[in-house]
Design a protein around this ligand. Structure first.
Ligand SMILES: Nc1ncnc2c1ncn2[C@@H]1O[C@H](COP(=O)(O)OP(=O)(O)OP(=O)(O)O)[C@@H](O)[C@H]1O
Ligand SMILES: [Mg+2]
Length: 331
């Protein structure tokens, strides 16, 4: 049973905010909470679809500690990874770029050292973001790990296309809701810091608050009743929060419709603008291609999935409803 979006289990502990300079890059990031739902597979194939339509794409594996995006792209693990960048051995991201077999698609491999990954200071993340934004590409696509770590949420929120990857299984959907609520919570914290709303937001975050606040719109009304101009500013910020949903591994019509249900729950109960941009069929070709370490499109160019990816990439790329990232810029 869904309850107040403000009851967040496993909310991120870190209160430090990352800094995102102004930029004109298109940044897509995929998260979703549950491991193994196909996030890396989806983001790598979206990258390939974009590249086929002439875009210069760089993928970055930010599943720090268990990076495996290279396998979905049909590449060996590169000699240099983000571990080298974070440790200062390689100061330039350009030298970490690995060209794939597909023109216009290159990638940066994630740190595979979990000790390094868990202890990266905020300054190093800020430095990474600054360097990422300077890369020579039109689109920057970010693969994220499972879970709701604050770093994962921050990279998710800095995207102007934050994508939720989910499968029709209840466990995946539960984790997706948890991820969405955590991302939303983190965004509220960002807005709170920007607008100085600490006390009222803290009360609202308390699940048992006695202000009658159960949903984001309750929160907006409460803030507006206390301070109308604050309420308007909060509403303007919160309306920027929007998500893109992809249902993966669908087998039946019901599975496809589950995506519509998730979208409508996010819109209705959480008040979060969610767009269901498409679904991807379950296809044995996926694991067969991955096992051969070949990108799906090269191994099975006539697979239905290739068409589905092209449609989703076109929709996402063409959607100009949200040119800003969810994460507040601090320029
Ligand atoms: N549409 C699909 N049809 C069939 N199998 C799929 C499909 N999508 C993903 N898979 C299978 O799911 C496996 C896991 O995918 P992937 O590694 O992309 O998940 P992930 O969400 O990135 O996992 P993690 O959170 O551990 O990084 C793939 O190796 C593939 O075998
Ligand atoms: Mg992955």
């Amino acid at each position: 049973m869904l309850r107040s979006p403000f009851k967040v289990v496993g909310a991120p502990a870190s209160n430090q905010q990352i800094h995102v300079p102004s930029h004109d890059k298109k940044i897509w990031a995929i998260g979703g909470g549950k491991g193994g739902v196909g996030k890396s597979f989806i983001i790598s194939n979206l990258a390939i679809s974009l590249a086929r339509s002439g875009k210069r794409v760089v993928l970055i594996d930010l599943d720090l500690g268990s990076a495996n995006l290279h396998t979905c792209l049909g590449c060996d693990i590169p000699k240099q990874t983000l571990s080298d960048f974070f440790s200062g051995r390689t100061p330039s991201l350009n030298s970490l770029l690995t060209q794939t077999q597909l023109s216009n698609v290159s990638f940066i491999s994630g740190a595979n050292d979990s000790v390094v990954a868990a202890n990266i200071p905020i300054e190093d993340h800020n430095n990474l973001i600054k360097n990422l934004l300077a890369l020579p590409c039109d689109h920057l696509l970010i693969d994220l790990g499972a879970g709701t770590h604050s770093t994962t949420l921050d990279y998710f929120l800095l995207a102007n296309r934050p994508i939720i990857g989910v499968t029709p299984e209840p466990t995946s959907i539960e984790n997706a809701y948890r991820f969405i609520k955590s991302a939303f919570y983190r965004q509220i914290k960002n807005i709170e810091a920007k607008l100085n709303l600490k006390s009222i937001v803290d009360q609202a975050m308390d699940h048992k608050n006695n202000l009658g606040i159960k949903t984001p719109s309750d929160l907006v009304y409460k803030i507006a009743s206390l301070n109308p101009s604050m309420g308007a500013a909060f509403l303007a910020e919160i309306q920027k929060f929007q998500l893109y949903l992809i249902m993966n591994q669908v087998r039946t019509r019901n599975d496809v419709d589950t995506g519509h249900s998730v979208r409508s729950i996010c819109n209705k109960y959480f008040g979060i603008n969610t767009h269901y941009v498409g679904y991807l069929e379950y296809d044995n070709a996926v694991w067969q291609a991955i096992r051969k370490r070949k990108p799906l499109i090269l191994e099975y160019p006539y697979s239905t999935l290739v068409v589905e990816f092209a449609n989703i990439a076109r929709k996402l790329d063409g959607d100009e409803r949200s040119p800003q990232s969810n994460l507040l810029r601090t320029s």
